[in-house]
Design a protein around this ligand. Structure first.
Ligand code: CAA
Length: 701
C-alpha cells in the first residue's frame, strides 16, 4: 500500500503530505503516519518550519466515518494533534478543497493556516450526530469570535476561505499554486522571526458575553433541532472551553464525543451518509455501463412541475425547451419561472445577471419538432393515462435516436406508457417532487424494458442537477407514495376515531416529522389525493371510512390552503383548528358507527409509522425498492422524515422488528384486520431476531 503520509524537503522547510484518496479522511493509518512524520521532524534540527498539505482533490474531509463503528484505533486524535501543536518549529496548514470535521480540527491544531482561494472550512459533525471530537470545540473559539464559532458548528455549513480569513481562522488566502505559496509564507514567517503560535494558548474570543450567547443558542437548538442529543452536547463542550483551562475543556469534549457515536441519533445519521451514496450503486451494473451525454433537455408541459423541472436543468447550465399545447400556458409558465428566480434575486441568493443567464437557457415552443435535438425529454402534464400515451406516441416520432424519454407520473403504469413507443428501452420514470426546483428527491423508475445505460444516465443526471436519485421499479405510487398510503390512511382514520387534526399532526410533528400529514394535505390541495383515488376506485379497499375525511372535505370544496380552509382554517394565513370540520368528521364517524377510541399520541404515531414500515417491507419483497436504505433515503430526502431517526426502515430496526410485528398483530385484533397483516418479510426477520440492515447485508453479499 502506498504511504498515506510522506515528508519531503524544500531546503529548511519540510512538507508533509497526506495522500489518502478519495478525500484524505483520517483513519488509523493516517494518524499513525502523521505521528511518525512529526516525531521524526522534531528530532531533525535542520527543519525550521513544516508545511502540511494534502494530495488529491481536497484537504482532509474529516475523520473516516467508518471508524466510528469499529472504534478509534491508536494513536488517537488528541495524541497526534497535540504532537503537531507541540512542534518546536512553526507548522502551517495549507488547505484546499473542503477541510471538514477532523480535517478542520487538524488545521486548527497547526500554528498557522493558509488557504487556496477556493478552499472551505466546515465542522459538520452535528449532521452525523456527534460533535467535533479532535479539539474543535476548544480551539475554534480561540481563533474566531465565539458567536461565529458557534454558528459554524451549529449550522455545519462550510465557510469560504475569504470569510474564514476575515474571522481569523485563516492567516492568508493564496491566489497562486498552494504548495509553493505555503512554502513562501513559511519563509516569510521565519524571516520575521515568528515561531509556533499555539491555538490552545490563545484566549477564547468573546468569553465575557458567553453566558448570554450560550443561553440563546440553547434555546435555538431546543426549537430547531428538536429531539436531538448532539446539539446540547456541543454547547456543553463549548461552555467548557469558555469556563475551563484548555486541557480540562478538552476532557469534557472527549467524554461527550466518546458517548455520542453510540446514540441512535448518530447511528441513524451515519447510516444515511452511506445510504445516500449507495443509491447510485445498482446491483449488477458495473462501471462499464456508461451514461449517455445529456446536453439538451426537452420538457412537455409548462405547468408547475414542468416549470420547476426546467429550472433544475437551467440551474445546472443545461438548455431546456418547454413544449406546451397552448401559448397562454407557455407564457404563464415562463413568467412563473422568472418570478421564482426573481424571488431568489430579492433574497440576495442570485444576481440579476444570473437570472438572465438562466432564463436565456429556457425557451418555449408549441411545436414538438422543437424537441428533436433534446437528449432527454421529460413529460410533465397532469395524471391522465390517455393523454400521456398520446404524448409519448408523438415524442417517439420527433425524438432523435438515443434520446431518453422520461415521464414525471407519480402513480401511472409506466410500462404501459413505454409500450406506445417503438423504443421502450429508452423510457423511464423521473418522478420529481413539488416544488421540483427545491425538493431534493428524484425517484427514478426503472421499467421492465429500461436499458441499463438509460438508468445510469438518469442517476448521472440526478447528480448533475443536485438531486438525490433513488431507483424504484414500477408499481402504484413507486416507493414514496405507496408507503404514504397506509400512513395517510391511519392519520385520517384516527380523525374519524375522535382525534382532532391538530392532535394527529401534533403527535407526528412531536415525534419528528417536519409537518403533520393533514397539514401537508391542506398545503398540497385536499382534492389532489382524492382525485387520484377516485381514478382507481375499483382497486381500493371496500371500507367506507377509507380516506373519508379527505373525501368529505373535497365534496364541501374545502380544499386546503388554496380555498382558505380544509383540515384547518387559515385566518390571516395562520393554521387554526376548525370547529366546523371537526364537527363534520364527528357526524360522519357517527353515521359510519366508528368507535370513538380517541387514540393518544403514541397510538397515532405507531399506527401511521408501522403501517408505512409494513408497506416498505412489501416493497422490498416485491423488489420495487432495491435496498432498505434506499427507502430511508426516499423518506428523508422527500417526505420530511427526521434524519436523526434514519428513515422508516432504520427506525423500524431501532424499535425492534419483533415489537413492530407484535403491535401490528394487536392492531389486527383491535382495528381493521384487512390493513394489519404483517408483511411476510417483516414477520420472517422479526422471528429470526434479524433486522432490515442485516437483510440488506445478506442481499448484497
Ligand atoms: N469518512 C469515510 N468516507 C468518506 C468520508 C469520511 N469522512 N467522506 C467521504 N467519504 C467517502 C464517500 O463515502 C465516498 O465513497 P464512495 O466513493 O465509496 O461512495 C467518497 O469518499 C467520495 O465522497 P463523495 O461521493 O461524497 O464525494 P464528493 O466529492 O461529492 O464530496 C466531500 C466530498 C465534500 C468531502 C463529502 O464526501 C463529505 O461531505 N464528506 C463528509 C465529511 C464529514 O462529514 N466529515 C466529518 C467527519 S466526522 C469528524 O471528523 C469527527 C471528528 O471530530 C474527529
Amino acid at each position: 500500500m502506498a504511504e498515506v503520509v510522506r515528508t519531503e524537503r524544500e531546503g529548511e522547510i519540510a512538507v508533509v503530505t497526506i495522500d489518502a484518496p478519495p478525500v484524505n479522511a483520517i483513519n488509523q493509518a493516517v494518524r499513525a503516519g502523521l505521528q511518525q512524520a512529526f516525531a521524526a521532524l522534531r528530532a531533525d534540527p535542520t527543519v525550521k518550519a513544516v508545511v502540511l498539505v494534502c494530495a488529491g482533490k481536497t484537504f482532509v474531509a474529516g475523520a473516516d466515518i467508518k471508524e466510528f463503528d469499529t472504534g478509534i484505533g491508536a494513536p488517537g486524535y488528541h495524541e497526534v494533534y497535540r504532537l503537531i501543536e507541540d512542534s518546536p518549529v512553526p507548522v502551517i496548514a495549507a488547505v484546499h478543497g473542503t477541510a471538514l470535521g477532523g480535517g478542520t480540527e487538524l488545521a486548527l491544531a497547526c500554528h498557522y493556516r493558509v488557504a487556496d482561494k477556493g478552499a472551505r472550512f466546515g465542522l459538520p459533525e452535528l449532521s452525523l450526530g456527534i460533535i467535533p471530537g479532535a479539539g474543535g470545540t476548544q480551539r475554534l473559539p480561540r481563533l474566531m469570535p465565539l458567536e461565529a464559532a458557534l454558528d459554524m458548528m451549529i449550522s455545519g455549513k462550510p465557510t469560504v476561505a475569504a470569510k474564514a480569513a476575515e474571522q481569523g481562522l485563516v492567516d492568508r488566502v493564496i491566489d497562486s499554486e498552494l504548495r509553493s505559496g505555503a512554502i513562501a509564507y513559511a519563509r516569510e514567517l521565519l524571516a520575521q522571526g515568528k515561531g509556533p503560535r499555539r491555538t490552545r494558548e490563545q484566549a477564547v474570543q468573546g468569553a465575557d458575553k458567553a453566558a448570554e450567547l450560550l443561553a440563546a443558542k440553547r434555546a435555538q437548538v431546543a426549537k430547531t433541532m428538536r429531539n436531538r442529543v448532539s446539539p446540547p452536547a456541543l454547547l456543553d463542550a463549548v461552555e467548557a472551553a469558555v469556563k475551563l483551562p484548555f486541557d480540562d475543556g478538552l476532557k469534557v469534549e472527549q467524554a461527550k464525543s466518546d458517548e455520542l457515536p453510540l446514540t441512535t441519533e448518530s447511528k441513524a445519521l451515519r447510516h444515511l451518509f452511506f445510504a445516500e451514496r449507495d443509491v447510485s450503486r445498482i446491483p449488477g451494473l458495473g462501471k462499464e455501463v456508461k451514461p449517455r451525454n445529456v446536453a439538451a433537455v426537452g420538457i412537455v408541459g409548462a405547468g408547475t412541475m414542468g416549470g420547476g423541472i426546467s429550472m433544475c436543468f437551467a440551474n445546472a447550465g443545461i438548455p431546456v425547451t418547454i413544449v406546451d399545447a397552448a401559448q397562454a400556458n407557455l407564457d404563464r409558465g415562463l413568467a412563473t419561472i422568472r418570478k421564482n428566480y426573481q424571488r431568489s434575486v430579492t433574497r440576495g441568493s442570485m444576481s440579476e445577471a444570473q437570472l438572465e443567464q438562466r432564463m436565456a437557457l429556457i425557451s418555449g415552443s408549441l411545436d414538438y419538432a422543437a424537441l428533436s435535438t433534446a437528449d432527454l425529454i421529460i413529460e410533465a402534464v397532469f395524471e391522465n393515462m390517455a393523454l400521456k400515451k398520446e404524448i409519448f406516441a408523438k415524442l417517439d416520432k420527433v425524438a432523435k435516436p438515443g434520446a431518453i424519454l422520461g415521464t414525471n407520473t407519480s402513480t401511472l403504469d409506466i410500462d404501459e406508457i413505454a409500450a406506445v413507443t417503438g423504443r421502450a428501452s429508452d423510457v423511464l420514470g423521473l418522478h420529481f417532487f413539488s416544488p421540483a426546483n427545491v425538493m431534493q428527491l428524484l425517484e427514478i423508475v426503472q421499467c421492465a424494458k429500461t436499458s441499463p445505460d438509460v438508468l445510469v444516465t438518469a442517476l448521472d443526471v440526478a447528480k448533475k442537477i443536485k438531486k438525490t436519485g433513488v431507483v424504484a421499479k414500477v408499481c402504484y405510487g413507486f416507493i414514496g407514495n405507496r408507503m404514504m398510503d397506509p400512513y395517510g390512511r391511519e392519520a385520517e382514520r384516527c380523525v374519524l376515531e375522535g382525534a382532532t387534526p391538530a392532535e394527529v399532526d401534533g403527535a407526528l410533528e412531536k415525534w419528528g416529522m417536519a409537518m403533520g400529514i393533514l397539514a401537508v394535505y391542506d398545503m398540497a390541495g385536499i382534492d389532489i389525493g382524492h382525485l387520484t383515488r377516485e381514478a382507481r376506485k375499483e382497486l381500493l379497499p371496500k371500507d367506507p371510512s377509507f380516506y373519508r375525511p379527505t373525501a368529505l372535505l373535497t365534496e364541501k370544496g374545502w380544499l386546503g390552503q388554496k380555498t382558505g380552509r380544509g383540515y384547518y382554517t387559515y385566518p390571516e394565513g395562520k393554521r387554526t383548528p376548525d370547529a366546523e370540520s371537526i364537527a363534520m368528521f364527528a357526524a360522519e364517524a357517527k353515521r359510519l358507527a366508528i368507535p370513538q377510541r380517541k387514540p393518544d399520541a403514541t397510538e397515532i404515531v405507531e399506527r401511521c409509522l408501522y403501517g408505512m414500515i409494513n408497506e416498505g417491507a412489501l416493497l422490498l419483497e416485491e423488489g420495487i425498492a432495491l435496498r432498505a436504505s434506499d427507502i430511508d433515503v426516499v423518506y428523508t430526502a422527500g417526505y420530511g422524515f427526521p434524519r436523526y431517526r434514519g428513515g422508516p426502515m432504520f427506525y423500524a430496526d431501532s424499535v425492534g422488528l419483533a415489537k413492530i410485528v407484535a403491535r401490528i398483530e394487536e392492531f389486527a385484533k383491535t382495528l381493521d384486520p384487512q390493513y394489519w397483516q404483517p408483511a411476510p418479510l417483516l414477520k420472517k426477520l422479526a422471528a429470526a431476531g434479524s433486522s432490515f440492515a442485516e437483510y440488506q447485508k445478506q442481499q448484497t453479499k
